[in-house]
Write a protein of this length. Structure first.
Length: 351
């Protein structure tokens, strides 16, 4: 075991998997200025940054809508994907399941196939030289408040693009807008097409939203799910079925979910229930959600879990490995990645 000062650094050096990150959430203020300029609009960096100071979920959704207005052509998406992938390789991320808001592309009548082709091509080029490589699979996400019909369009697109690396169908947006039952047919369709299923639930909504995501929609992983901490039986269900909560601590602070959960106005990351979930044996993974919009990154999430939530080195290693274990990789690939991960923990003196 390393000296205590060396442990945090070694944890950050571990190869990591990122399972809950929205490509559009990787739009930094700098990139917005660049993309706006591509389209002939001059934006001041400082005024863009001011928009990023969100404190509530409504403000965050507003920012997401505004920022993505600059994603107009395949080249915009390609540029964003390149920047996001490079950032991930810098953080020792070797595997990512990146969520693409295909629902927003369809809403804006964009050619989603062309956008996706440009993204894949540029990411492959950008990561070719990465020392550890970056394997990516994609999750196509529908926007809940747009309704089931639009969600079905996204599920169909995801099924068509499965051979191009789309592994799952997801539902995001305002989880309190429409009930899970509205989307049952869409999830049944996705399952029938061999897609994995994820749902954002229990972020702004309550524990029942998580239960519905599992029992009505067959979710295999839950985006956020922090409201589960309020429901003992639900936590037992998550443990029994080995369904992980994809925990994104900084997102929960910046989008107001943690304050809502705790019934306060200024919840801090120290108050996050991640540690309690781990203590109770609830499966969890650690992610960023919308790193640029919440001014965070994968290593920041790991740092916060150690420094602010007091997780031990052994817990951090387990948490990092959990992202590989709960990934939608094929079994043989998963085994190989976990073997590499374990070899690195030994090499870094963490085991
Ligand atoms: Zn999310």
């Amino acid at each position: 075991m390393q000296s205590s000062a060396g442990i945090p650094a070694a944890i950050l050096q571990l190869p990591k998997a990122e399972l809950h990150v929205h490509l559009e959430g990787c739009l930094t203020p700098e990139l917005i200025v660049e993309l706006a300029a591509r389209h002939g609009e001059k934006l001041e960096r400082r005024s863009v940054e001011a928009r990023y100071e969100t404190k509530t979920f409504a403000e965050f959704l507003e920012l997401f809508k505004w920022a993505t207005l600059y994603l107009r052509e395949p080249e915009d998406y390609a540029r964003l994907a390149e920047a996001a992938a490079l950032r991930m390789t810098e953080e020792n991320c070797v595997y990512a399941e990146i969520t693409l808001s295909a629902g927003v592309m369809l809403l804006r009548k964009q050619n989603a196939e062309r956008n996706f082709a440009a993204i894949r091509e540029r990411v492959a080029r950008a990561t070719a030289a990465a020392e550890r490589g970056l394997r990516i699979q994609w999750i196509f996400d529908a926007v809940r408040q747009f309704g089931a019909e639009k969600a079905m369009d996204v599920a169909r697109l995801a099924a068509e693009m499965k051979s191009e690396g789309v592994t799952a169908f997801g539902l995001g947006g305002d989880e309190e807008s429409l009930p899970a039952a509205d989307f049952r047919k869409v999830y049944d369709y996705a399952e029938g097409k061999g897609l994995h299923r994820v749902v954002h639930a229990g972020e702004m909504g309550g524990a029942e939203a998580v239960r519905d995501a599992i029992e009505i929609l067959g979710a295999e992983r839950i985006g956020h799910g922090i409201a589960s901490i309020r429901d003992e039986k639900l936590m037992e269900l998550l443990i029994a079925r080995d369904i992980p909560l994809e925990i994104c601590p900084k997102s929960n602070v910046c989008a107001g979910a943690l304050s809502k959960l705790l019934g306060v106005t200024d919840a801090r990351i120290e108050h996050h229930p991640l540690r309690e979930f781990i203590a109770r044996g609830v499966p969890v993974t650690l992610s960023t959600d919308d790193p640029a919009m919440f001014n965070t990154c994968l290593n920041d999430s790991y740092r916060a879990a150690m420094d602010k939530m007091g997780l031990s080195a052994a817990q951090m290693v387990d948490l990092a490995e959990a992202s590989f274990r709960h990934s939608f990789l094929r079994d043989d690939e998963k085994r190989n990645m976990i073997a590499d991960f374990r070899a690195e923990t030994v090499r870094l003196g963490l085991l």
